[in-house]
Design a protein around this ligand. Sequence first.
Ligand SMILES: Cc1cc2nc3c(=O)[nH]c(=O)nc-3n(C[C@H](O)[C@H](O)[C@H](O)COP(=O)(O)OP(=O)(O)OC[C@H]3O[C@@H](n4cnc5c(N)ncnc54)[C@H](O)[C@@H]3O)c2cc1C
Length: 290
Amino acid sequence: MNLWQNYIRPKTLSEAMDAFAHAPRPLIPIAGGTDLLLDLEQGRHSPVQTLIDVTSIAEMTLLELRGDELFIGASVPVNRIALDPLAVRHAQALTEACNLIAGPQVRNVATLGGNVAHALPAADGTIALLALHAQAEISSALGTRRISFKELFLGPGKSALKHGEELIVGFYLPRSTKHQASCFKRIMRPQGVALPILNCAVWLERKTAAIKDIRIAIGPGGGTPFRASQAEDTLRGQPLNETIFESALEALLAQAQFRTSPRRASSDYRQHIVVGLFKDVVETAWRRAQ
Ligand SMILES: Cc1cc2nc3c(=O)[nH]c(=O)nc-3n(C[C@H](O)[C@H](O)[C@H](O)COP(=O)(O)OP(=O)(O)OC[C@H]3O[C@@H](n4cnc5c(N)ncnc54)[C@H](O)[C@@H]3O)c2cc1C
């Protein structure tokens, strides 16, 4: 049985919306296909009538500064983000995450939009974007709107996108200024190529010897991509030393819901290894923000 009947490749957002309105249903957007094609082939996604390929929509392939923000189109492949000087300058944690996703062949086609739309709580690009305070631009026949990452995720594999009606066009991130920096690291099985055992992204702003502001994202730390807001509250306004770090870690462990994933790691193991990973990522961002 064919897994799809029609393949449409719009060049503009309005052509895509036209396809959403008129193409035979069920229909679904496809970008790099690195998640979706496996899901279709292995029966985790029911067969569809129409695939709408979003990789030729010009607006969705841009990566550029827009005023005080960096815009990254949802169809930009992650290898391009990893190497882009603007992304390195304003979103270092994201470039580090993109550089670790899968291997080179997958990175050449896998997109940031696909990484986010799949709504997995430990997706590397998603966790970096969460710490970088990204907003998603969503388009439908009704127009375009922006939503925060908090509103975007509803549960493992579940986003707030209206299926068959809405597309993620791209992501807006605040530009980085002096004394702000970010970092992303992850812990992975030595032979692993898919989602990590644990990842962590931190963005922080430094004011002389103290942390002026901080955002911490950890995957998987719950059913949706997790912000360690209580650890952030503990660290904000404080100098970075062992005592404050221990308090922040305590807050993080109390708030995060580390679960056991059969093929990757137990909850206990994640609680154990988060200690070193969290410290390493916070300290690296702190040094970079000097
Ligand atoms: C071997 C292998 C290794 C991998 N390793 C990693 C890893 O290390 N870290 C990691 O995070 N992920 C990993 N992945 C998962 C996957 O490659 C990434 O999540 C990738 O970024 C998905 O992007 P894509 O363009 O291929 O998405 P697709 O497979 O095309 O789409 C994924 C989902 O998103 C939807 N979608 C795509 N674009 C849009 C859009 N613009 N708007 C709305 N919905 C959209 C699709 O309908 C589909 O439901 C791996 C996958 C493979 C096969």
